[in-house]
Design a protein around this ligand. Structure first.
Ligand SMILES: C[S@@+](CC[C@H](N)C(=O)[O-])C[C@H]1O[C@@H](n2cnc3c(N)ncnc32)[C@H](O)[C@@H]1O
Length: 343
C-alpha cells in the first residue's frame, strides 16, 4: 500500500462508503503495483478507493451520473494523478481507456444497478418510498420514466413490466396505468406507486407492491441490460491476457446475462455431432467462480442491500476478442422509439 497521506485522509474520511462485496471483488481483481484498473460504476467511489489503497496502481472511474463524478473530485485530487474520472456509459469502457492512453488494462469491475445516493434522493425519482418526479434517469439525459409511462401502449407497458420486473400482475398494472392516464399525466413516484398498489396486493412482510414495476421501468429507461452486454464485450476487448473481470449484480436478469456470457466465452466446446468439422472459437475467458459469490451474514447484517448481490469473476485468456457482441443474451423488448410512439 503506497497511497500518500492526502489520499488516505479521503479514503478514511466521513464520506467513506463501503461497497457491496468489496473484499472478494478486490481479491479477484488481483490488484498489483503498476496495474491499470477500470471501476466502471464509480458511484460513491467505494471500489476505486479500495483499489487505490491496495497498490501503487491507476484507476479509471466511469459513471454516467454527473453528480457521482462531481462528488469524486476530492478523491481525484487526493489520488495524485492515479485516478481519472470520466462521465460516460460503461459500454464505452474500452474506448475510454484508450482515450486515457491505455491500450489494455489489468482489471475491470462493474457493480451494477443504482447507488444508494441515487435511490435516496427523492428528486431523482427512483424510489417508490419517496415522493418525487417520475424520472429514474441515471444520466439525466433522454426519456424519463414519466415519458414512458405516459406514452407507451398498454401492451408495451405490460411487456416491459413482465420481462424486466418479472411482475406476474403486469397486465393488471399496465391496465391500471392506462386508465389512470385518462385523468391526466402520471408525474410522480407516489402517483405511480399508488396506481400499482391498487392492483397488486401485498401481505405484511412482502416487498412493496411497486418494487417490480419500478425495477422494470428503471432498467428500461437506462437500457441497463443493453449497457451490461456492451460492457462485457468492451471488457473482452480491453483486458490484457490474465486481466480480471469482476461483475456484481443485484437481480436475476443481470446475473443471468453475466453467467451466460461467461459460459459462452469460457467454454471449450466439443464439435457438434452434426457438424464435427466446424471450428469452435477458443475461450476468451477462464471462469474463476463456478458458483456466484454471495455476501456473508455479517455483510448482510451491516448492509441489507448486499442480500441479493452475486459476484462472478473471470480471467482473460490470450485469444482475440470475438467480433460479435453477445446480443443473444438480451430479452426481446420493444425499442424505446416505438414505446414513445405509443403503438
Ligand atoms: C451500485 S452503484 C456503484 C457503487 C460503487 N461501486 C461504490 O462503491 O460506490 C452503480 C453506479 O453505476 C452507475 N451506472 C449504472 N449504469 C451505468 C452505465 N451504463 N454506465 C456508467 N455508469 C453506470 C450508476 O450511476 C451508479 O452510480
Amino acid at each position: 500500500m503506497t497511497a500518500g497521506g492526502g489520499f488516505q485522509a479521503v479514503a478514511d474520511g466521513a464520506a467513506r462508503h463501503i461497497p457491496v462485496l468489496g473484499r472478494p471483488a478486490l481479491d479477484f481483481l488481483k490488484v498489483h503495483d503498476g496495474g491499470v484498473y477500470i471501476d466502471a460504476t464509480f458511484g460513491a467511489g467505494g471500489y476505486s478507493r479500495a483499489i487505490l489503497a491496495a497498490a501503487d496502481c491507476k484507476v479509471i472511474g466511469i459513471d454516467r451520473d454527473q453528480t457521482a463524478i462531481a462528488l469524486g473530485a476530492d478523491l481525484v485530487q487526493a489520488a495524485n494523478g492515479r485516478l481519472t474520472l470520466i462521465e460516460d456509459n460503461f459500454s464505452n469502457l474500452d474506448a475510454i481507456a484508450r482515450a486515457c492512453g491505455f491500450a489494455a488494462v489489468d482489471g475491470v469491475v462493474v457493480d451494477l444497478g443504482v447507488s444508494s445516493m441515487q435511490l435516496d434522493t427523492a428528486e431523482r425519482g427512483f424510489s417508490f418510498r419517496l415522493d418525487g418526479p417520475l424520472d429514474m434517469r441515471m444520466s439525466g439525459q433522454g426519456a424519463s420514466a414519466a415519458d414512458i409511462v405516459n406514452a407507451a401502449s398498454e401492451r408495451d407497458l405490460a411487456n416491459i413490466i413482465f420481462i424486466l420486473g418479472e411482475e406476474r400482475h403486469s397486465r393488471a398494472v399496465a391496465r391500471a396505468i392506462v386508465k389512470a392516464r385518462h385523468a391526466g399525466p402520471i408525474g410522480s413516484t407516489r402517483a405511480l406507486a399508488d396506481i400499482v398498489a391498487s392492483v397488486v396486493r401485498s401481505r405484511p412482510g412482502d416487498i412493496h407492491p411497486a418494487t417490480r414495476t419500478f425495477q422494470a421501468l428503471r432498467i428500461f429507461v437506462n437500457d441497463e441490460l443493453g449497457e451490461l452486454v456492451g460492457a462485457l464485450a468492451a471488457a473482452e476487448r480491453i483486458l490484457k491476457p490474465d486481466g480480471r473481470l469482476v461483475a456484481v449484480s443485484f437481480h436475476s436478469l443481470e446475473d443471468r446475462i453475466v453467467k451466460s456470457y461467461l459460459v459462452d466465452r469460457g467454454e471449450v466446446r466439443a464439435g457438434s455431432r452434426h457438424a464435427p468439422e466446424l471450428k469452435r472459437p477458443m475461450p476468451t475467458f477462464r471462469v474463476l467462480t463456478k458458483r456466484p459469490v454471495a455476501a456473508d451474514e455479517a455483510e448482510v447484517a451491516r448492509n441489507p442491500r448486499a442480500r441479493s448481490a452475486k459476484l462472478r469473476a473471470a480471467e482473460r485468456t490470450s485469444e482475440p476478442a470475438r467480433s460479435v457482441p453477445p446480443m443473444q443474451f438480451l430479452p426481446r423488448l420493444p425499442s424505446l422509439a416505438d414505446v414513445l410512439k405509443g403503438h
